[in-house]
Each structure stands twice: as structure tokens, then as C-alpha cells.
Design a protein around this ligand. Structure first.
Ligand code: MN
Length: 705
């Protein structure tokens, strides 16, 4: 799909589907230096393989009738202005254009109506065609009857029929009939009215769809509905057109049958997209056209917004995340206010991967870029969302899973920079997958505030695609000691004795979910299953707000400590339940280690295949346990400036293949860590997992790609 022109720029964007829909990305088409159509509006742009054809519009306050073509199959890409001899249509703006792919006018771009520079509306119709000898020419279409003059209408071909929909006229007001031009006999016919302009329309099978646009001069709110018109019903009063329409669909289906048998004979090597060229579109049915399961969603132009705000790509599977019901799927296009939302402001302020990747943190001043009111409002909004969601989140693959971040914001930005960020548009992949963060956002590192505030803003923006689980540091008793409270006091001037922000954050943490389950197969949690977690319902039944109790005295408290604090045993040969003397030297917290046998039993009993957890620093950033039935993932590099470990995230594909992505400690040590000896004594880092007895070789369970 291409987008070109508009007032803002004359750049050309391409949605690249060649790596499949999951890896589709927006690219800016690199166009050779040279003449381009320039910044214009009110022009038309159509695609007729291999050409994009641009015509007319307003250019530098002049109304134009020039034609530009862009060959999508000829590199380096460039625009060419056609030098067309003979009769030319008058310069015009707000006309329509559509390509005929059937019958005698096959391959012709047909332009209708629009407005002249003097303000006069037009009702003429012109066809542009490239002849076999390479010459392009215009031809004025003959017609009987007087078609309605229109601007800002849409037009479409269905077989022989050129259909004009909506728009505005000079003479009749805005309630214009749908008019149909038959290319076979050059006759116009009028049908019912449809009051709409600046809308879009498309045809699927025998249905005409009209979306968006304005209904009335006085109202500025675009219509929010998708209208469906059955062409047979529309044509019902005209037996001749009805018969022709029937004939067209019969031929189309016959052709489609032929195409199916032809393609069955061919080898199976052709790509899904090969059938999408305009040649076969005219003679195909659903059987041989692969309809994309994604939508391209266009938004309203917001001043100074970047491109990603305007157009985005949404998979049909994720449409439910847009809170769109089937009856009114276009609600998502709700008119955006010109003001940015709170979460957008925070995302714009904080999500700057390139800046952070190159930032020498030593030189940084310690002020935080958001004020207290913004942080408080962010917590309020995020809290509301989290409270409404369950304790065990249901997530669908593909998913990106992050382990502990611990205030190492630069590492988070490095992951976003290298492997895409949870945003829409270029550099983002949120429309193609979900993100699960396994907890431990705060403490230890020096940028807990950036980390948790960005994640909250992303959660607000994509409530059903960003999943924030609780870690053992999302706990007031822990983050009052391990750095977060100190950061709040120093950077936001939170009062140590009457800590308003600290309290608010931790009230929010008390509502974070403890687990997520991917496709009913993979359990994600921060620590593990310890000695007490035997089923998912053990986790689901835990009530919120949940304060973590560290001196365990009952079974419910044990469940929580197991989920947030337990570790796997040191290797696959150490089975059963063991004391966790590193984390709990006195045993008062009842923190344990669980063996591979526990993992296998648990997975079997719950019909699961894998546990993904974080919580332990592992040297490669991720590490397998229980023959691959449990994987630890840790996303902070060079933990505490001591361990020189890599950081990892895991991408769990639709096929359940796991694709780890790694980053390594920065060459020049930065100030992620306040690693004065005193601080380290005060907050001793948990040692990295012992590497002996574990390996990241291919195991029996999950396959790595
Ligand atoms: Mn942890």
C-alpha cells in the first residue's frame, strides 16, 4: 500500500509485506533526486500495475492537470511527468479517479468531475490510457444524459460500471444521487441519494461500502460509520443494469474457477501475494485472492504529529484490542482531539531510544522530565486499567517477553532501538505482537522513574497488548530499601516521612497481576512455582490489593512468596524442593528453590508446555532449565555493574518457536549503577545464576530459532 502527497510532504510510503504480514513494515520509498509532483492536495492517485498515476490537484495555489507516474517495478524509483499530446482535461481539484479492469475500458484510468480554479464544478469524464506503443493519451468520455457535477465524491468501477458516490455540487445542495455510467453504451443512470463527501469507498463482491467522510457543510465531525449497499438492490429499478451486473459476476466466477484449477496445476511455490495484482483482481473470487487479515487505519491529521499517528496497521486478530465491536468496527476512527492525551505526552517525552542509546549517563543531570502531577495522573489512569483486568492475564502469541529491567532504562531503550518498540508506525511492532514484562521495573538501576512511567503510559495506550506483571521489587518493603524510594526523594522531592508518590506507586503495584498465560500453554510469572503453586487457580484466587507478607505464616502468603521470589534449583539434577539460602538465609521468608521434577509435574497437571520467568541474573540473558521446560529471562546487562552478563528478551512466535534477542554490556561503563562500595554493601546484588549444569543448547521442549 502506498501513500503519497498531501499538504505536509510529497514523500511516498510503502507498507512492505514481502516478509509476510507479521514482519510487515512501513518504509519511506527512497526516490531518486529529480522532479516530483510536489506538495499538493485535492489530487487523485491510483494504482494500475506497475504504475502509480497521480493527476491534478492544487499545487502552489495553482490548479493542475499534470500527470505523474511512478513505476513500482523500476529501480531506482523516480517520478516521471507525462508529456501528453492532444486533448487534455481542464485543470481540476477534488475530482475522483478509478481504474477500469474489465471490458472495453480495461486499463483505463477514468477521472470525473472536480472543480476548476474559477470555482466552477465539473461533470465531465476523461480516460487516460497507455497504448502498446508506450504513448499515453487522454480521451474525453462520450455520454448521454447529464451527470451531476461533483467535487469531493468517490468513484469506483464494478465491471463495466463506473459509479459516482456522494460529493457536493454547485446547483443542488449536497444530497446527490448515486450515478452509474455504463462504459458499454455510454449511458448515465441515477439511483438513490447518498449524502456524504470526502469519504472513502470500496467494493467487495456485490456490495458497495462507504466509509467516513462528512455529511454536512456545517458539521466538522467525520461520519463514523461503514455503510453497505447491495448493488443488486441499488440497481433493482433498472432491469438492463441488473442483467449486466449478473452477467459480470457470472463471468467473474467462471474466470475464478479457471484460475483456481490453473493455480492448482502450477507448483505451489507462488507467494500469497502474487494474485494481488490488478490483472487477476478483476477475475477472482475469495478463493484465489488472499484477503489480508489486517486493516490499515487512518487517523485525523494532527498538527506536528509524526507519521505514525496518522496511519497504522492493525491485525484482524487484534481488532478486539481496539474495543471495537463487529457492529460498529469503525468506532476506532473516532475523531482524535487536537490535544495529545496524557499517555501520548509521556511516551513522546520518554520513548527516545536513539537519544538514550548514545547518552553518556555520567554527564546527565538527575532531574526527571515529568512533573509530579503528571506522574500521579499516570498512576491513576493505569491503576484503573489494571484493576479491571484479571490476576492471570490471557495473552495470544506472538509475544515479546522482557525480564528484569531494574531501572536500567538505557538497556530498555537499546532493546527498543534494536528490536522494535511497542509503538505504531516505523520502528514499532505493537500492531503485530503483544509485550509481556515479567516485573522488577524499579530498584537498583538509576532510572526506575523513566522505566515505570514509560511502561505505565504504554499500558494506558495499549491496555490489551502491553502486559505488566508484578515482580518482587514492586513491593513497598523492598523498593523502600533497594533504590526506588531514594530515587523518588531525590528526583521528585518526595517526602521521606510522608511519601505521597512512593505510597501511590506502591498502592498501584499492589494491583499488578501475578501471572500471564499465553495461548493456554505458556505460564509467565516473575519468580516461579515454588513449593505451593499447583494450578492456575491457585494464582487466580489471590485477592487484590495484595500486600506481600515476608514472614510467611499461612498458605496464602506462601503462594505469593513462591510466585514472586522462588527460583529453580541450581541444575536439572537437583530435584524436589530446597531452601533458598541466598535469598532467605534465615528461612523466615520460606523462599525455596524448586526442581525440574516440580516443573514437569506442574506443566503436566495443568496441560501447559512451558514456564517463562525472570528474577535471576543469567549470564547469557536467558537460560534453560528442566530440559527446556522453564526459561529464565533477564533483560538488564552488567547487573549491578558487577556481573558483565548479557541481557535478553524472548520473542515467542505464533508457532511457539522462541527467538532470543540479546544485548551486551556497554563497552564504556555508564552510570546505570550507583556502585559505590557503600551502596553495594547496603543493597547487595543477588548473585548470578550458577552456570554449571545448565545449558542453552537445543533442548527437547521449546525450539529456538
Ligand atoms: Mn526479582
Amino acid at each position: 500500500m502506498y501513500i503519497a502527497g498531501g499538504l505536509a510532504s510529497d514523500e511516498l510510503f510503502l507498507l512492505d509485506l514481502k516478509n509476510g504480514e507479521n514482519d510487515a513494515e512501513w518504509l519511506m520509498v527512497q526516490i531518486e533526486k529529480g522532479p516530483t509532483p510536489g506538495k499538493r492536495y485535492g489530487h487523485s492517485l491510483v494504482y494500475y500495475k506497475p504504475f502509480f498515476i497521480l493527476f491534478g490537484g492544487n499545487l502552489n495555489n495553482e490548479v493542475a492537470n499534470d500527470v505523474w507516474i511512478f513505476n513500482s517495478e523500476q529501480q531506482p524509483f523516480h517520478w516521471t511527468k507525462l508529456d501528453i499530446k492532444g486533448d487534455l482535461p481542464q485543470p481540476r481539484i477534488y475530482h475522483s479517479a478509478s481504474v477500469c479492469t474489465y471490458g472495453g475500458a480495461n486499463g483505463m484510468m477514468v477521472v470525473f468531475g472536480g472543480r476548476r480554479k474559477n470555482g466552477q464544478n465539473l461533470n465531465d469524464m476523461w480516460g487516460l490510457r497507455k497504448h502498446r506503443n508506450g504513448v499515453w493519451d487522454w480521451m474525453k468520455a462520450p455520454y448521454r444524459g447529464t451527470p451531476q457535477d461533483r467535487i469531493q465524491h468517490s468513484s469506483l468501477f464494478c465491471g463495466n460500471f463506473f459509479i459516482n458516490i456522494g460529493g457536493r455540487s454547485q446547483t443542488l445542495g449536497d444530497n446527490l444521487p448515486i450515478e452509474v455510467y455504463d462504459t458499454e453504451n455510454s449511458e448515465w443512470s441515477k439511483f438513490c441519494s447518498f449524502r456524504r463527501f470526502r469519504h472513502s469507498s470500496f467494493i467487495f463482491e456485490n456490495y458497495l461500502y462507504i466509509h467516513g467522510g462528512l455529511e454536512d457543510d456545517k458539521h466538522n465531525n467525520p461520519a463514523n460509520v461503514l455503510n453497505e449497499i447491495d448493488l443488486y438492490e441499488l440497481f433493482a429499478s433498472n432491469q438492463n443494469l441488473t442483467n449486466k451486473l449478473k452477467l459480470y459476476f457470472t463471468k467473474k466466477n467462471e474466470q475464478a474457477q479457471k484460475n483456481v484449477s490453473a493455480s492448482e496445476e502450477k507448483s505451489n511455490s507462488s507467494s500469497n501475494y502474487q494474485n494481488m495484482d490488478s490483472g487477476s483482481l478483476s477475475g477472482s473470487t475469495l478463493k484465489d485472492i488472499k484477503i489480508s487479515d489486517k486493516f490499515v487505519i487512518g487517523g485525523k491529521v494532527v498538527q506536528n504529529a509524526d507519521f505514525s499517528d496518522l496511519v497504522r496497521y492493525c491485525s484482524m486478530e487484534k481488532l478486539h484490542n481496539e474495543h471495537v465491536d463487529k457492529d460498529n468496527m469503525m468506532k476506532m476512527l473516532k475523531n482524535k482531539s487536537l490535544d495529545y492525551s496524557l499517555e501520548d505526552k509521556v511516551i513522546m517525552a520518554l520513548l527516545r531510544p536513539k537519544e538514550w542509546v548514545n547518552k553518556p549517563l555520567e554527564e546527565e543531570d538527575s532531574t526527571f522530565c515529568l512533573d509530579i502531577e503528571t506522574v500521579m495522573a499516570l498512576i491513576d489512569q493505569c491503576m484503573k486499567i489494571v484493576q479491571e483486568q484479571p490476576m492471570v492475564l490471557k495473552v495470544e502469541a506472538p509475544v515479546k517477553v522482557f525480564g528484569d529491567i531494574h531501572g536500567q532504562y538505557q538497556d530498555l531503550m537499546r532493546f527498543f532501538d534494536l528490536f522494535s518498540a511497542p509503538i505504531q508506525g516505523p520502528g514499532g511492532d505493537i500492531d503485530g505482537l503483544d509485550y509481556i514484562f515479567l516485573g522488577d521495573y524499579v530498584d537498583r538501576g538509576t532510572h526506575s522513574l523513566e522505566t515505570i512511567c514509560l511502561l505505565m503510559a504504554l499500558k494506558i495506550k495499549f491496555p490489551n497488548q502491553i502486559h505488566l506483571l508484578r515482580g518482587n521489587h514492586e513491593d513497598r518493603w523492598i523498593n523502600s530499601v533497594f533504590g526506588f524510594q531514594t530515587e523518588l526523594c531525590e528526583r521528585l522531592r518526595d517526602d521521606l516521612d510522608n511519601p505521597a508518590i512512593f505510597t501511590k506507586f506502591n498502592d498501584f503495584f499492589d494491583y499488578l497481576p501475578l501471572a500471564a498465560i499465553i495461548n493456554d500453554e505458556v505460564l509467565c510469572l516473575h519468580g516461579g512455582i515454588g513449593s505451593s503453586i499447583n494450578s492456575l487457580s491457585d494464582i487466580e484466587k489471590i485477592q487484590r490489593p495484595l500486600e506481600v507478607i515476608h514472614e510467611v505464616s499461612n498458605a496464602d502468603q506462601q503462594l505469593v512468596v513462591d510466585i514472586l521470589w522462588s527460583d529453580p534449583t541450581d541444575s536439572d539434577i537437583e530435584t524436589g524442593i530446597q531452601a533458598n539460602s541466598t535469598r532467605d538465609p534465615t528461612g523466615v521468608g520460606n523462599i525455596v528453590k524448586f526442581g525440574p521434577d516440580r516443573v514437569e509435574e506442574f506443566l503436566k497437571a495443568n496441560n501447559l508446555t512451558l514456564i517463562l520467568r525472570a528474577h535471576e541474573c543469567v549470564m547469557d540473558g536467558f537460560e534453560r532449565f528442566a530440559g527446556g521446560s522453564l526459561i529464565t529471562v533477564f533483560s538488564a546487562t552488567d547487573y549491578c555493574g558487577k556481573h558483565k552478563n548479557a541481557g535478553a528478551i524472548l520473542i515467542l512466535g505464533k508457532d511457539f518457536k522462541i527467538n532470543p534477542k540479546l544485548i551486551y554490556p556497554q563497552e564504556c561503563p555508564n552510570k546505570n549503577w550507583d556502585n559505590g562500595e557503600e551502596v553495594l554493601k547496603l543493597r547487595p546484588p543477588t548473585p548470578p545464576r550458577n552456570r554449571q549444569g545448565s545449558s542453552n543448547d537445543l533442548g527437547k521442549k521449546s525450539s529456538f530459532s
